[in-house]
Structure formats: C-alpha cells, structure tokens
Design a protein around this ligand. Structure first.
Ligand code: SF4
Length: 691
C-alpha cells in the first residue's frame, strides 16, 4: 500500500500542555511521515502553532540514537540490548546492596506518557525508594502545593472551554500564553477578548501576549509591568483594595472558606503606597485592576512560571487563591485559579505518582491507608517517607546519591546552576539515560538506551486542563530502538521477576486506573478521540470541566485563605551584580531544546540565545543592539547577543534556557522554595561585561 493510501493517524502534539490534536500521514519509508491538520480535534479545531506544525521534523533526524551505548574508558561503544540490560541490573543491584535503595534517584519525564511514568515510579518504589520526581518540580511544584493544600487538587480548577465561554476578566500573571501556549491564547483567550472580556496581565516583560489582543491598553487591557519577585506586594495591594471597598463576596466567604481573618490581620498595617514602589507599578493602575477583577461576573486567574519559580512560589500562588476565594471566583464556569502547564504531559506525570511525596492520584506516601491500598494492588511494600526531589537528587550526588536513572530528561540543561550540576554528574557512580538523542546529560551517562519518539508509540497524556487524551503510534523508524514502556518492563522484570509484565500501554493503564482514583472510571475506549477531564471516578462518568461546584477537596471542605507577606528573591542587586536577571521561554523553542534545536523550521527563527537589555542600561554600559556581551552571575557566565528593547524594565535583563552554548541556567540560582523545592529561576543578581 502506498503512503497516500494509508489512513492518517490521530494523535496529540508532543510539545506544550495545550494538548492540540494533530494527524500524521505515514510515509512510504519509515520516518518519512508528514504533519496533517486534524480539523475537528477537540482542543484546537485543527489549528496548530509553529511547534505543532514542525513536530514531525525531529522523528527521523540524523541525530537519533539507534542502538544502546555503553561507556568504556570514557568512550561510548555500541552494545546489544541484552548487554545494556545486564549492566543496568547489576549496577542497580550493586548500589542497593552497598548503599541501600535511597542511593538511587529516578527521573520521570513530561515528554513521556502516563503509562511510562507510572511504570518508572513503580520501578523506583519496587526498588525501595521514593526518590522519583519529574520536571513539574522545575515548573509548577509550588502551584501544585498551594492548590492542593488550599483547594484540594493540584491542577487547573477550570477547563479552556468553560473559561472561554464564561470569563469576563482574564487575570494572567507570570505567564505568556501567546508564546508558550499559543493555541490556548489564539483559540480561547483571544476569542474571549473578542467577545468582550478584559485582560489584566502582570509580567516584568512586555511580550507577545501583551500585543496579541489588538485592543487599546487601559480600555480592556492592562499590563502591570511588575519588578521580578514583587508579585506578593502587588497582589496584597489588590487584596487590600478589595477589602477596603467591600468587594468581598460575603456569602461565598461565609459558607465556603476559612481564614479571612488571617488575611485581614496580615493586611491591617500594609502600606499600599510603599508596596507600589516595590512593584514599580503606579498604585492607581493596580487599584483599577483590582476593581475590574472584583466586580466582574466571572473572573479567571491564569498563573505561570513567573509566579511559581520563586523561593516564595507557594505563597505567590496562595495569594492568587486568596483573591479568587474572597471574591467568590471559584466553583463555577469562567472562574478559578488555572496554572498553564508547560509540557504535553506535565500534568499527567504528576497525576500518576512520579513525585517523591505522592503515589498515583496524589495519595500521600506517608498516609498509611492510601499507601496500603496501592500496596494491595502492587503486591509489595512501599517506603513510607517522602523521597528526594530531582534538584535534591543531583545536589546529593557523592553523598546520599550514587546512581541515577533518567528517562527523557536533561537535568544538566534544566536545573539551575548548570556548571555545578555538570560537576556533580561527573562524580556520579552510575548513570542510565533513556532518550531519543544524545542529550547534554546523556554525554555523562554510563549506559544510553535509544528510545522511540512520540510518533512511534501509543499511550495517554494529560494536558493542562486535566483532559486525558490518547496518543497513537504511527510508524517505528529505527528497528533497534525500543519504546520507553518496553524498556521499563524489561528492566523491572530482570530486577524483580514480576510486576512489570505488560505488553501494551492499555494493559498498564488498566492497572494505573485501579490505584489512581481520579482516573478510575477511564478506559481507552471511553477516552476515544475527545478525551476526559479528570476526575472520573466511575465508568460512564464524563469527567468534570470545572472543580469545586459544591465544596473544596480539603479536609474541612472549605477553601483555605491565608495572608502572605513579601519575601524578596534570595539574591537582590548589589554593587558587584547590580542587575536582576529573569528568564522565560520562546514560542519557537521548547524547554531544554533537545527537540526544537534539531527542528530546522524552529531553529531557523532563533538559532542562538540572546538577552533583552533596556535602552538606558545599554547606554550606561555602552552596548550596541546586536553586540555580543557577557552576562555573569555568581555561578557562571554566558556570551550572548544583546537585544536592546523597551520590552524589559530598566535594571532588569531577560534571557532563555533553550541553548546549550549559552543557557540561562548557567546563571540561575539553585536556591529552593522551602516547601515545594522549586528553584528560583526567575530572579538572580547579574552583571554585564562588554568587549
Ligand atoms: Fe502543540 Fe502547544 Fe502549539 Fe498546540 S499550542 S500545537 S499543543 S505546541
């Protein structure tokens, strides 16, 4: 049969958390597959952004790993699968015998599917450790923490559909959907604005979102250009303005919340004028935004990594929750607190338990009843103490950590203070990396396993608004590569003999839904082409587009309000490093760039990193637009081109983490939020050198 006679395959874009449906036309030669629109795809109606349209470009890339590799005398050589498995099993057994199971760290990945992450965390726990984590830690761990403890579930409270139809105000803080979730912005946010919604954007950087709505600023669009790390004072001004003007939804607060007294007390002596100075935003602009949000019929908050990636990340998001709760903007369509999740499956990777403190369905590992329920299905004991997060795993190399198993992640690029991470990986006793390319991290591995890409295998992913969708494999490109699921089953079986005997993703999903209450009612058949928004507790349930209609999933059933106070970033400008560095992503690239830097169409737009510098700073330092400059922090330095622009505030510089030759993460600070353990990527002290 020629390729044109073969049916195109409906699957999901492998890039961001919007979860757009796409079709792929199989090629006559393996790998020669083509992107096709999926006209009536549930999330995107056939539209895609530049990344989605280029998604097939990396599948048959010449850099694909095609055979297992083992390092000997510092050089990689090809090996058989059997030899690679034997090496992994003997090293893992040796580490456990000599140092105990907590000497191993496991990295799941949001680039891989629910079934694969489920198996990886099961493998870690069968090995005897809760040291398993995923890249949620780097993006929204703080958001998940705040939402879970104050409302009940660590996820978007609403869905894109109900938000577009019902929201009158979109409050977008620390997120740039036009760049990072382009189809959410064009299909949903822009449509809501065309239908009359107001946008309030809080961000230190003017960006594509700022200009995407084609409406006059101040009329129905305000951009509050806050200083990096000053989100708590800004929201405290908003909260105090709501309290002062009696814009509180008294009935909602009385019946459905607890803790407003604590908020009132926290804000009693709060000085709004002084706080506005700290924010770098005129007080009247913030008060106007407060008035619009509080007096809307339905107002929705969207929160991004500009909020979560701080040492006060949990408190930042708690303050957004405070605002939604005191104004009664939760529990109905068009409202809520909605994290825009980064990767295609970052929501699902956490849902299925690839985190050190929770089992599938966010059941706490130290909750005896929950743990025993999972043990009954798995047939082995699960350790009852939370394990290390991924940043803690790398920080503990050479001490507690002797070996790591990394599936689809690239910590040397994704973790802060990258030079230090590289030094630590150099010292690690044993490293397995399972990936599609020789990543910067894989270069440090002892064994590299060639996995298949998104287009070659099936499974499920959970997008940013809790919609679980099926991905379907198109064609396998390289004979000797294996699906992540096959690899994990083989490693698990060789290590433990039983518990990993699955032939298909559907078989794994059937076990997953037994131990994950919010997925319990889903089957592959029921997911169909539309997918289902969790929670879906019983077969036949259609899932929930929005959460908390009647009560919150907290112990008391009430939404938790708690006053928070300003905590500046751990590094602030001084004489040696007088600038604030902040970071963000580009539409054309994707996180550590493993795929997007290899996609000709994407890389053509931005082949190299750059740094945004305000014209006044450029003049002070004598920088010409386009000139190569050195940006330094206490942790390292990178050489990048200067982009002189008024999009950034004076005294602040902005760059990206996508490029191996000059990554923002050489500069970023590895200090963590105490509770969620997320690093402070969004604010570090920096300096520029010219010439
Ligand atoms: Fe893919 Fe996200 Fe673009 Fe949709 S918006 S096509 S999911 S990258």
């Amino acid at each position: 049969m020629s390729s044109d006679e073969q049916e195109p395959v409906k699957t999901i874009c492998p890039y961001c958390g919007v979860g757009c449906g796409i079709q792929v036309q199989p090629g006559e030669d393996p790998g020669d597959m083509r992107f096709m629109p999926w006209g009536d795809a549930p999330v995107n109606d056939g539209r895609v952004c530049i990344k989605g349209g280029a998604a097939t470009q990396v599948v048959d890339h010449e850099d694909r790993l095609t055979d297992p590799l083992i390092k000997e005398d510092g050089e990689f050589r090809e090996a058989s699968w059997d030899e690679a498995y034997e090496r992994i099993v003997s090293e893992m057994e040796g580490v456990r015998e000599e140092f105990g199971p907590d000497a191993m760290g496991f990295f799941g990945s949001s680039k891989t599917m629910n079934e694969e992450n489920y198996l990886l965390q099961k493998l870690a726990r069968r090995y005897g450790t809760n040291n398993v984590d995923n890249c949620t830690r780097m993006c929204h761990a703080s958001t998940v923490w705040a939402l879970r403890t104050s409302l009940g579930a660590g996820a978007m409270t609403n869905s894109m559909e109900d938000l577009m139809d019902e929201a009158d105000v979109l409050w977008i803080q620390g997120a740039n959907p036009a760049e990072q979730h382009p189809i959410a912005n064009s299909n949903y946010f822009r449509q809501a604005v065309l239908d009359g919604a107001t946008v309030i954007q809080v961000d230190p950087h003017a960006n594509k979102t700022t200009t995407s709505f084609d409406i006059e600023e101040t009329e129905r669009h305000q951009h509050l250009q806050v200083e990096p790390g000053a989100d708590i004072p800004l929201l405290n001004i908003v909260l105090k303005t709501v309290l002062e003007n009696d814009w509180v939804d008294e009935e909602f607060v009385e019946e459905r919340t607890e803790g407003i007294e604590d908020l009132r007390e926290t804000l009693e002596d709060f000085d709004k004028e002084a706080a506005a100075e700290e924010c770098g935003v005129p007080l009247e602009d913030i008060e106007l935004a407060a008035e619009k949000y509080a007096n809307a019929d339905n107002a929705a908050i969207f929160t991004g990594m500009g909020m979560s990636q701080h040492t006060c990340g949990v408190d930042n998001v708690q303050n957004e929750i405070n605002l939604a709760l005191i104004t009664g903007n939760l529990g109905r369509p068009g409202t809520g607190v909605n994290p825009l999740r980064g990767q295609n499956n970052v929501q699902g990777t956490s849902d299925v338990g690839a985190m050190p403190n929770v089992l599938p369905g966010y059941q706490l590992v130290d909750d005896d009843e929950a743990r025993e329920g999972v043990e009954d299905v798995w047939g082995f004991e699960i350790p009852d103490e939370p394990g290390l997060t991924n940043v803690e795993i790398t920080k503990n190399i050479g001490e507690q950590i002797q070996a790591m198993y990394v599936m689809g992640e690239n910590p040397i690029m994704s973790e802060p203070n990258a030079n230090h991470t590289a030094d630590l990986l150099d010292e690690l006793g044993f490293l397995v990396v399972q990936d599609i390319f020789m990543t910067e991290t894989a270069e440090y591995a002892d064994v590299v396993l060639p996995a298949t890409t998104w287009a070659e295998r099936g499974g499920t992913v959970t997008n940013t608004d809790r919609r679980v969708q099926r991905m379907r494999g198109v064609q396998k490109v390289h004979e000797n590569t294996k699906h992540d699921l096959e690899i994990l089953c083989e490693v698990g079986t060789r290590l433990f003999g039983e518990g990993f005997d699955f032939d298909t993703p559907e078989e794994v999903f059937e076990e997953l839904r037994q131990v994950c209450p919010s997925y319990h009612g889903m089957t592959y058949d029921a997911l169909g082409e539309e997918g289902i928004h969790w929670p879906c507790y019983e077969q036949g349930d259609e899932g929930d587009q929005f959460l908390y209609e009647d009560s919150f999933d907290t112990e008391s059933g009430l939404g938790h309000i708690e006053g928070v106070t300003h905590q500046p970033p751990k590094e602030v400008p001084d004489d040696e490093y007088p600038l604030i560095l902040t970071t963000a992503r580009l539409e054309e690239h994707y996180n550590t760039g493993t795929m997007s830097r290899r996609s000709p169409r994407l890389n053509k737009q931005y082949p190299e990193n750059f740094v945004d510098v305000h014209p006044n700073d450029a003049e002070r330092y004598g920088i010409e637009d386009g000139e190569k400059i050195t940006v330094k922090s206490r942790r390292g330095e990178i050489e990048v081109e200067a982009n002189v622009t008024e999009d950034i505030k004076e005294g602040v510089i902005w760059t990206t983490p996508h490029f191996a030759t000059a990554s923002a993460n050489v500069l970023t600070n590895d200090v963590l939020d105490e509770r969620a353990k997320i690093p402070e990527y969004k604010a570090a002290a920096a300096e520029i050198e010219v010439g």
